[in-house]
Design a protein around this ligand. Structure first.
Ligand SMILES: Cc1ncc(C[n+]2csc(CCOP(=O)(O)OP(=O)(O)O)c2C)c(N)n1
Ligand SMILES: [Mg+2]
Length: 250
């Protein structure tokens, strides 16, 4: 997709793929046939630049015809660089970092007030946490006792062009999340089974919101992309694309 369209964020998408797999193939209680069900679980991709990871997952999970992936970024195709709710299965328009978590808090609060059973899951980046709006949303989540909210952090240690620690440190992350009132867990975010198993253990009916620090590798699965900042949005050549696919397709 990225090689053909000459656009996208491969490193960011490969980082999140196992988390999305766990969510869409195990955790989320929602059906591609009933995308307007008011009681469905919600997922918000706050790190909206990683849209191709989401589009592939949604297509594989039956939300739309996988043939649409071939038109990624072409005129009139709803699969744009950053996701919008013109795409079946996309709940919120994201891409301006620091907004998706606030949207998810609103969804969880609305569900709680309406006594609906839906749970809300949101995936942010780790560099994204430098946006102050996340911490206001975190305060609100604890204040409103949103046990139905789970904040997953794609903790790959890199942001757009550099390591997080060279840009603006977010550690000690676990201490911060606990101080903000979150039930805080750790998981190997590149292991879909482990993510799915962890999400099964959370208490969604309680009064404490959840945070999951998912340790990941940016560009996971492609030897020459893993943990290399430039693969945040570099476009693979035809040759690199073939090599990457050989490594990814087992
Ligand atoms: C408000 C805002 N500022 C800057 C950007 C440009 N931008 C896109 S991705 C990115 C880095 C994000 O890093 P991280 O949250 O760690 O996500 P990762 O790709 O590592 O999963 C930046 C700065 C943006 N999309 N939105
Ligand atoms: Mg990151």
């Amino acid at each position: 997709m990225v090689t053909d369209a000459k656009g996208g964020h491969l490193g960011a998408s490969l980082s999140e793929t196992d988390i999305l797999t766990a969510l869409f193939f195990h955790t989320l209680r929602l059906s591609p046939k009933k995308t307007n069900d008011p009681d469905r679980d919600r997922f918000v991709l706050s790190k909206g630049h990683a849209s191709e990871g989401l589009y592939c997952t949604l297509a594989a999970a039956g939300f739309f015809d996988p043939a649409l992936l071939d038109n990624y970024l072409s005129e009139d195709c709803p699969l744009t660089t950053h996701p919008t709710n013109h795409v079946p299965g996309v709940e919120a328009n994201t891409g301006a970092l620091g907004h998706g978590f606030s949207i998810a808090v609103g969804m969880a609060l609305g569900a709680k007030k309406a006594r609906r059973p839906c749970r809300v899951f949101v995936l942010t980046g780790d560099g994204e946490l430098q946006e102050g709006s996340n911490w206001e949303a975190a305060m609100a989540a604890a204040h409103f006792k949103l046990g139905n909210l789970t904040w997953i952090i794609d903790n790959n240690g890199l942001q757009l062009a550099a390591p997080i620690e060279d840009t603006m440190v977010i550690e000690p992350l676990e201490d911060k999340l606990r101080a903000f009132g979150f039930d805080t867990r750790h998981v190997d975010g590149n292991n879909a089974e482990k993510v799915a198993a962890l999400l099964d253990t959370l208490d969604y009916e309680g009064n404490v919101p959840h945070a999951v620090i998912a340790k990941t590798v940016k560009g996971k699965g492609v030897s020459f992309m893993e943990h290399i900042p430039e693969w945040h949005h570099r476009i693979p050549t035809e040759e690199e694309c073939k090599k990457a696919l050989r490594e990814l397709v087992v």
